[in-house]
Design a protein around this ligand. Structure first.
Ligand code: CO8
Length: 373
C-alpha cells in the first residue's frame, strides 16, 4: 500500500484585523442604540435589554485577542453588524475560491509541485458560499489542476475529515497528489449582534497537500501514520440556514439562521470526547500521549486545549507541546489545527511524532497522527 505524506501547507491571511477593543466598542454602540430604540418595550417588559460586552471577559473566557476578517467596516458598523461584501458575477472567481487558490499555491510551492500534478481537490469547510457547482471544481479550474474536485462539510472537523479522504485516496492508489483546502469565511455566518458569541470567530484559508511518498519531491515530509474520525449528534452547536428556509417561509434574519451554541456545555462535553479520542487513536498505533512531540489542536478555546493536553499528559504544558494561534486568529473553524501545524513545526525533528486534532460541531472529532521523515 502506498505511504501517504503531507508535503506542503499554505495559509491565506485576510487583509483586515479586528482587535477585541475595536469589537467591543462597536458592539456596545449597537447595544446602546438597541436599548434606546426599544426603551418603551424594555420598560414594559416585552423586550429584554441587551447587556454590553467586555474585552476582559473575552480574553479571560477564550484566550482570543484579535481576529482577521475579509471585510471589517460592515462588522464594526453598529447599524449593520455583518461584513459588507460585493456580489460577484458568475464569470469572476468567487471569494471562497480566491482565498483557497492563494493558500493552495503556497502549499504547492512548499511541496515543489505544479497545479497540474494535483489529481484531486477537496474543498472542506463549515459553509459553502453557494450550493453548486462545487467550490472545489472552481478551485481546480482556477489552479489548472487535474482529476476531480468535491466539497465536504463537517464544520470544525472538515479539514481532518478531508485529510482522511485524501490519505485513503493515496493509499488505495486512486490518487497520487490530493489538495485539501479550507476556506473559512466565518464572518459571514457569525451573529455579530450576540454577545455570547460575537468575539469567537475569524476568517482564514488553509491548504494541505497529501501525496504518495514514492512520487513526492518535497524535502520536508510528514508521513501520515493513521487517521481516525468520530461523530456524535448534538444540537449544542447549530446553524439552521439552508435551502429549505425559503419554502418554509422562515425569516432569513432569524437568530437560528446563523451560528449559535451552548458554549459551556460544548466545553464540558467535548474536552473528554477529544482527549479520549486522541488517546485511543495513539493506543491503536501502539503509542502513548507522552511520545508525541507536538499537538496541533483545534483552536476554539485556550482553556479547552489546556485541559485536553492535561488529561493526555497528566500535567500543565507550555506552547512548545501544544502551540496556540487562537490569540491571533480566534476560532477559524476547520482551519485552526492546520494553521497551528503550518505555523509551528520548528523544533520537531526527523522521527518525531505529532497529532493534528480537530473537534467541534456535530459533535465531530478527527485526528491525524504524523511522523516527520
Ligand atoms: N462580555 C461580557 N460578559 C459576557 C459576554 C461578553 N461578551 N458573553 C457572555 N458573558 C457573560 C454571561 O452572560 C455570563 O454571565 P452570568 O454568569 O451572569 O450568567 C458569564 O459571562 C459567563 O458566560 P458563559 O458561561 O457563556 O461563559 P464561558 O466561561 O462558558 O465562556 C465561551 C464562553 C468562551 C464561548 C466558552 O464557553 C467556550 O469557548 N466554549 C467552547 C466552545 C466551542 O468549542 N465551540 C466550538 C464551536 S466551533 C465549531 O464547531 C464550528 C462551527 C462552525 C463555524 C461557525 C462559524 C460562525
Amino acid at each position: 500500500m502506498p505511504r501517504a505524506v503531507i508535503t506542503g501547507t499554505g495559509l491565506y491571511v485576510p487583509p483586515h484585523v479586528i482587535t477585541n477593543a475595536e469589537l467591543v466598542v462597536s458592539f456596545n454602540a449597537y447595544v446602546e442604540r438597541f436599548n434606546t430604540e426599544h426603551a418603551a418595550a424594555i420598560e414594559a417588559g416585552t423586550v429584554a435589554a441587551l447587556a454590553p460586552s467586555s474585552e476582559a471577559f473575552i480574553e479571560k473566557a477564550s484566550g482570543i485577542q484579535r481576529r482577521y476578517v475579509m471585510e471589517k467596516s460592515g462588522v464594526l458598523d453598529p447599524a449593520r453588524m455583518r461584513p459588507k461584501l460585493t456580489e460577484r458575477p458568475d464569470d469572476q472567481l468567487s471569494l471562497m475560491a480566491e482565498i483557497a487558490v492563494d493558500a493552495a499555491r503556497q502549499a504547492l510551492a512548499a511541496a515543489g509541485r505544479q497545479a497540474a500534478d494535483v489529481d484531486a481537490v477537496i474543498c472542506a469547510a463549515s459553509n459553502m458560499q453557494r450550493a453548486y457547482p462545487a467550490m472545489a471544481i472552481e478551485i481546480q479550474q482556477a489552479l489548472g489542476a487535474g482529476g476531480y474536485g468535491f466539497d465536504m462539510n463537517v464544520a470544525c472537523s472538515s479539514a481532518t475529515f478531508a485529510i482522511e479522504q485524501a490519505v485513503n485516496a493515496v493509499r488505495s492508489g486512486a490518487s497520487r497528489c490530493v489538495l485539501v483546502v479550507n476556506p473559512e469565511i466565518t464572518s459571514g455566518h457569525l451573529e455579530w449582534k450576540d454577545r455570547d458569541c460575537h468575539f469567537i470567530f475569524g476568517d482564514v484559508c488553509t491548504a494541505v497537500l497529501v501525496e504518495a511518498d514514492e512520487t513526492a519531491v518535497a524535502a520536508e515530509r510528514w508521513e501520515v501514520l493513521g487517521t481516525r474520525l468520530a461523530t456524535q449528534f448534538s444540537n449544542n452547536i447549530r446553524n439552521n440556514a439552508g435551502f429549505l428556509n425559503r419554502s418554509e417561509d422562515s425569516d432569513p434574519e432569524a437568530r437560528d439562521k446563523t451560528f449559535r451554541q451552548e458554549g459551556r456545555k460544548v466545553f464540558k462535553e467535548v474536552v473528554p470526547i477529544a482527549s479520549a479520542h486522541i488517546e485511543a487513536h495513539l493506543q491503536a498505533q501502539g503509542l502513548t500521549p507522552a511520545q508525541v512531540r507536538r499537538y496541533w489542536l483545534h483552536q476554539a478555546n485556550l482553556g479547552m486545549n489546556q485541559l485536553i493536553i492535561k488529561k493526555l499528559v497528566g500535567q500543565e504544558v507550555g506552547p512548545d507541546l501544544a502551540p496556540l494561534i487562537l490569540d491571533e486568529f480566534a476560532n477559524t473553524a476547520s482551519a485552526g489545527s492546520i494553521i497551528a501545524f503550518h505555523r509551528h513545526r520548528d523544533g520537531v525533528q526527523s522521527g518525531d511524532l505529532g497529532v493534528i486534532c480537530s473537534f467541534g460541531a456535530g459533535y465531530s472529532v478527527g485526528s491525524v497522527i504524523v511522523r516527520k521523515q
